[in-house]
Design a protein around this ligand. Structure first.
Ligand code: NAG
Ligand code: NAG
Length: 247
């Protein structure tokens, strides 16, 4: 008898712990992942094992503009708001990615990889629960809610302050495998080549141009350099000596 009471209490405690796990969970942006935040999307880690005891319910995501934090109550989050209502600025939030709670993973069974969710990955605009593109240069917050067919049962904390960068004119990552640094290297190479071409033209112009003018300019420069610094004078002179011996 005593044992049954104890077991019963343990069971109640276990259920209570599971229930609070949802309300204590804070959604997480995927770390160590390229493009975890772009100008249209962000990537969340799927919550682990917090919905497993609620397989008869559904889980939705609520995406909201960060600055409407105080104005959204859980009671506002049912029924679902379509993406189009957010997209035409009637409301500052919408619902997306409806799944049965049982579809969320439990790391006990899949420990070797992290499941992630990309928000904003679809190009839809009309249908309910569309996971449409987010707007660049805006700050978002997100949370998971647990619902049955008529009401909201529980919800996680908001993850706030998800700032999307301004849109870039081209998708760096798809052009250069290593992102910005690849772009910089390519730009530097192009500039070097342009400089080399300019130098060739410059030398050619000097060789073909009036030698008198060049000579006078060189003399003038040598005088002013000699006043400043002997070392730079000599290197300057030897460079131009070489050029004149060529012509
Ligand atoms: C996104 O991933 C990068 C590594 O690729 C990491 O440095 C950064 O902290 C991540 N962003 C967030 C908000 O966790
Ligand atoms: C980005 O947002 C900031 C602050 O909200 C604003 O001042 C700025 O003009 C925006 N930039 C663009 C390119 O929209």
């Amino acid at each position: 008898m005593d044992l049954y009471v104890k077991l019963g209490m343990l069971l109640i405690m276990a259920i209570a712990v599971d229930a609070t796990e949802i309300s204590e969970y804070i959604p997480r942006i995927s770390k160590n992942m390229k493009n975890n935040i772009t100008d249209k999307t962000f990537v969340l880690v799927q919550p682990d094992c917090i919905f497993t005891d609620f397989t008869s319910y559904n889980v939705w995501l609520v995406i909201a503009l960060n600055n409407c934090f105080s104005t959204i109550e859980d009671s506002d989050l049912f029924p679902p708001v379509p993406y189009s209502t957010y997209n035409n600025r009637s409301l500052a939030y919408y619902h997306t990615l409806p799944l049965s709670a049982g579809q969320y993973p439990c790391s006990a069974s899949k420990s070797s990889f992290i499941n992630v969710i990309q928000i904003g990955s679809e190009s839809c605009t009309e249908n309910l629960f569309c996971n449409g593109e987010l707007n660049n240069n805006l700050t978002y917050k997100v949370k998971f809610i647990l619902v049955n067919s008529t009401t909201i049962i529980d919800s996680t904390h908001w993850l706030s302050n998800i700032s999307l960068p301004k849109a870039t004119t081209f998708q760096e990552s798809s052009v250069w495998p290593s992102g910005r640094s690849g772009g910089m290297i390519a730009l530097t190479s192009i500039l070097s080549i342009l400089l080399a071409i300019l130098l060739v033209f410059f030398i050619a112009a000097l060789l073909l141009g009036s030698q008198d003018i060049c000579w006078k300019r060189t003399m003038h420069n040598e005088k002013s350099l000699a006043k400043i610094d002997f070392l730079s004078h000599s290197s300057y002179k030897s460079k131009y000596d070489h050029m004149y011996s060529v012509s």
